[in-house]
Design a protein around this ligand. Structure first.
Ligand code: N01
Length: 548
């Protein structure tokens, strides 16, 4: 691949702003897309709904927000100087450090001038005659571009459940993914927190420290493991920086794009009960959550092996929580460990030993309504000054369907995905030419380290755009046959895993009415890369390319 031609001169509508590529979102993938595509000589415009960059790490500024992958890994790899000069103070960075990093990268690479902030894209319309996308925003921008790269995030479309009476609540209320920039005080307040996923767990731990009283409304308990976060020692940082190039190369070959030792131990059943416990105790102390799951090689392979590890975690919970009834309520029993995103915490279970924290089981007694004074369940009413919703996201597809996307023949993306998100290689949807998704359905997305995964996907898109422009193509599209093939491949892989046993957001089960589909490519990033490369080498098999 060599040069790229600019198409902005082609724009046929005088007075309408044009670009070669519009990038939606200034999260980590969007920022890299802007940098990479501008580097090809293309005229690129970015739209971002927030007033700053960072995406997930801009929006999720709730108390306790922290990443669960080591920052030496969860960072950009595309620029050696950047990764040598940046310093992470802790193993697992808090939100503020990640947001600062996003701002640093934006300025260091001169990306700010390319981005329109406070500009939420609310319409993407494909004009078939001109083979151009019309991109509009809530604040009134209108740009016509040949390509769109939708780096709009897999966990970005806020899920606010339809609680009757929410608008009548007289106190303050927040969703964790739209947390205000101004400091929120919990001092002396009666706070209700709904949701105990990764976000709820981090929020409860922090809010419990200062709230007058914290009520945690739990529908499903989560497996959570100690983050073992701590300041990053200089020698650890030095060691990483000395070996960054080779480690990044290794990460790119890994199924999760992580730098992880392979399981040290074989099957859990190769060991006596005492040996297993000793090994798991050691792992609990020394390995962070994701590595903990890889202590034995069959934890994520058979239900029986998984149950041994799950029960070990439950035993930990029983030991950490003083009240046996509360401990039992906090023990997950309805799905295998690791089949919902594993949580990582810093004292979550101990939070329930505090006299100012109460766990409320809303599985047995569901929430019936939010009242002006608080929250009512089928069993009781709770008076609250503040309500926090940690109720997650319309994950993976929500960011795309909420953008009001129409393709060839005016086809609406929401209608195309009514039975599940059809997509080819995680990049393209048939009938929506020149629209590339990053971390979309059908890609490894959240099952791999997302910054490195985003870099790889953006590089793939950049190569495709270069090929198209160099070879004089106006459009690239995919076919429904290719989508069906990809869907079958994904379903086959998912059916062999334990993930099918959990009602998770991976399958859309958290959103009422959302069709149940395993939305993520589970074959590993290494295999995913191979599949994408193969299709291109075979002359863009599964794609159609057309000239004007
Ligand atoms: O969202 P979730 P999240 N009534 O969907 C409950 C990433 N992340 O924001 O399980 C009562 O996991 C719901 O209950 P249930 C990470 O990938 C990473 O916590 O559906 N409860 C659940 O408890 C993660 O997986 C980090 O029964 C209701 C909770 O709300 C993903 O983001 C930190 C309800 C939602 O949990 C999403 O996590 C944070 C209702 N009507 C997030 N509706 C780190 O890097 C929903 N719930 C550490």
């Amino acid at each position: 691949m060599t040069t790229t031609t600019s198409v902005s001169e082609d724009a046929e509508q005088p007075g309408v702003e044009t670009a070669d590529v519009v990038v939606v979102g200034a999260g980590f993938s969007g920022l890299y897309a802007l940098h990479r595509l501008r580097g090809l000589g293309l005229r690129v415009i970015g739209f971002e709904a927030g007033d700053g960059p960072g995406g997930t790490w801009y929006w999720n500024r709730y108390p306790g927000a922290r990443v669960d992958i080591e920052s030496m890994q969860y960072s950009y790899s595309f620029d050696e100087e950047l990764q040598q000069e940046w310093r992470w103070p802790e193993y697992f960075s808090p939100q503020a450090d990640l947001e600062e990093y996003a701002n640093h990268v934006t300025d260091r690479f001169g990306l700010r001038e390319l981005i329109r902030f406070n500009a939420r894209v609310n319409r993407l319309r494909f004009d078939e005659r001109a083979s151009r996308w019309h991109v509009s925003t809530e604040r009134g921008d209108h740009v016509v571009a040949k390509f769109v790269v939708a780096a709009s995030g897999a966990l970005n479309a806020t899920n606010i459940p339809d609680f009757p009476g929410l608008e009548s609540f007289r106190g303050e209320w927040y969703h964790t993914s739209q947390w205000p920039k101004d400091k929120v005080s919990f001092e002396g307040k009666r706070v209700g927190l709904i949701g105990t996923g990764s976000t709820g767990i981090q929020t409860a731990t922090e809010v419990g420290k200062s709230a007058g009283h914290l009520y945690v409304f739990q529908r499903t308990p989560a497996y959570s493991l100690p983050a073992n976060n701590r300041p990053l020692p200089d020698e650890y940082e030095r060691e990483w920086k000395d070996h960054y190039a080779e480690r990044r190369a290794k990460m790119r070959q890994h199924f999760s794009l992580g730098f992880m030792p392979t399981p040290q131990y074989g099957s859990v059943f190769d060991y006596s009960a005492e040996e297993r416990t000793r090994i798991l105790e050691q792992a609990w102390e020394q390995r962070n959550g994701l590595l903990f799951l890889r202590t034995f090689q069959d934890t994520m392979v058979t239900l029986e092996a998984n149950e041994v590890v799950a029960e070990f975690v439950r035993e930990k919970i029983r030991r950490l929580v003083k009240d046996p009834a509360v401990a039992e309520l906090l023990c997950p029993t309805t799905y295998p460990v690791g089949t919902k995103r594993i949580c990582m915490d810093t004292g979550y279970f101990e939070t329930f030993n505090r006299p100012n924290v109460t766990l409320v089981d809303v599985r047995s007694n569901p929430i019936t309504e939010i009242t002006p004074a608080g929250l009512r369940t089928t069993a009781a009413e709770y008076e609250l000054d503040m309500l926090i919703l940690a109720t997650g996201f319309d994950a993976v597809t929500g960011a795309f369907t909420r953008m009001n996307v129409t393709g060839v023949g005016g086809a609406d993306l929401r209608a195309r995905w009514a039975q599940g998100p059809a997509n080819y290689l995680g990049f393209m949807v048939a009938g929506f030419p020149n629209l590339f998704m990053i971390h979309g359905p059908g890609s490894p997305g959240v099952l791999a380290q997302m910054i490195t995964g985003g870099e790889w996907q953006v590089d793939w898109v950049a190569d495709v755009i270069t090929d198209l422009n160099d070879d004089g193509y106006a459009r690239i599209d995919t076919t429904t046959d290719a989508e069906d093939g990809w869907r079958s491949e994904m379903d086959e892989m998912a059916a062999k895993t334990l993930f099918q046993y959990a009602d998770s957001w991976y399958v859309g089960a958290n959103i009422p009415g959302k069709p149940r589909n395993f939305m993520i490519y589970i074959g590993g990033f290494d295999q995913y890369k191979r599949r994408c490369a193969e299709q291109v080498q075979k002359g863009y098999e599964g794609f159609t390319r057309t000239r004007d």
